[in-house]
Design a protein. Sequence first.
Length: 445
Amino acid sequence: MRLVQVMIPEGRRDSVLAALDGQDIDYAVVEETGRGEFEALVSFPVPPSGVEPVMDDLRAAGVEGDAYTIVLPTETVVSRRIEKLTERYSGLRLSREELMARAEDLAPALSTYVALLVLSTVIATTGLLLDSTATIIGAMVVAPLMGPAISASVGTVIDDAAMYRRGVALQVAGLLLAIAVAAALAALVRGTVLVPPDLEIRQVPQIAERTSPNFLSLFLALGSGVAGAISIFRGAGSALVGVAIAVALVPPAATAGIGIAWLDFGVAVTATVLVLVNLLGINLSALLVFWFAGYRPPEAAAADHARAAVRSNTIRIVAGIVVLSVVLAAVTFASYQATTFEKEATAEAEAALGSPEYDRLDYVDAEVDYSPADVLLGRPASVEIVVGRPAGYRPPPDVADRLDHRITDATDRETGVRVGFIEEQRSGAAGVSRSVWQRALTRPQ
């Protein structure tokens, strides 16, 4: 429930009170003596979803669009009419004025925004280098990125150019700052005892996850934007949704910075593409949700301008997503090809070593090194196979070549095969399970 207080302009008292009576709203009127252009202050309770239509009626009755107005949350309202009023405005949608205020609150002061973003990026970069999921989640809690995205979308639909520009500026500057901070921190710790001297960042799972973006990443961004918008105009859960939005932005930005510090521009570029796709997806979904939720400026001319702005911004964002989606499509296809090859190569190796031709050899394990980047660049795959042999038995010298030909023919991909042999002993009753071998073995040398 909300308590609305509005200053009534001189000469408009009867029309304003008639508008409230027409909606069966209880009100209290206090004479205004401090300002000559106003004659009274009217206070009345109304459900949250009723604030906007009631205020529109009051504007039609003569209250100026920028008139002195206060909207306060209330705990309890005791009134004979309040039940019918609650039934009439039973939704949870916030008014336009409350939405604007909430959007402004979510976009913090520049100093606060920069401080929280720097801290979030430092924590996220540390978590990525440590491959710590818990640390990365902690960084998301601190990140202040939800507010600017919401402010830009709200500013567009209500035709507030200043709010829109500030939201866009904070997003762009924030992500550039995040990449720069991550690059500086990664460059600082590289070569120190804080990280292994031979750290291969592409082999760190948390980093690798952000360097192989696919269309599922776009769904994450779209879902986060929708959730963010709904949480704002329904007035619930915005803190948790902010974490989801930060997940889509801060770790990829930090990954891009790490790629720059390691001079691995493949990592930097793919992570940057992921950041941009997520940023555009969040803004697109939030913008459309606010628009279809019915938020508009009260004036007809401003509403027409907002409609044109929503249309043009939507076209630009969709065009950007389409261009960047070419990269997502390529990576998605390459990831599928790499996974398929790994399964086929492993199956072929196991089937070959299980044939009568190799009755004295046992397939133990296989490791395939074939990344999406290898697929896109046309590089050959690498397959390492561990084979068990009886003590004293000399395997054929061309086992690796035969397996190479078989895997290449089956997958139609150029492949390099490396075979490592280990001696095995079996009891007369049973063999040793593969799981035991896999726990005991190391990669072939």
